[in-house]
Design a protein around this ligand. Sequence first.
Ligand code: HEC
Length: 110
Amino acid sequence: MTKSTSLLLATVVAFGMMATTASADIKKGQKAYLKTCKNCHGNGTKGASMHTQAEWEALFANDAESIIAKHAGTKAEGFFGGATFKNTAQDLRDFLFEYGNDSGNAPSCG
Ligand code: HEC
């Protein structure tokens, strides 16, 4: 890849990120999912289809108590106990709920 091609690519990526930031919470949640959960749970479609909408609701109820508990003793324990999870929990919930396995929706990418 030439220098100018990679510069162009970087610009495209930067614009893409700005566009995502401006849209809804579901998009933010999807981004957070891809960044933090995908390594262990697979792509967004797979992750969201782990549970029904009602189950996602329950997992994220009471400050996400239940999903935090599910990760106790896993490598993700620190992340779930930290501020980053606290700050993104609502967006994650929105994304996972939107695409829960009984929702009939599927994320367009990821
Ligand atoms: C370091 C790997 C890792 C990361 C990162 C991780 N998880 Fe998990 N997750 C696990 C393990 C291990 C379990 C417990 C075993 C299982 O049920 O698969 C688990 C369990 C779960 C469960 C419960 C599954 C069930 O059967 O009820 C859900 C839901 C879940 N994770 C969602 C997420 C979400 C959402 C994220 C991102 C915010 C995430 N996980 C990040 C490893 C991880």
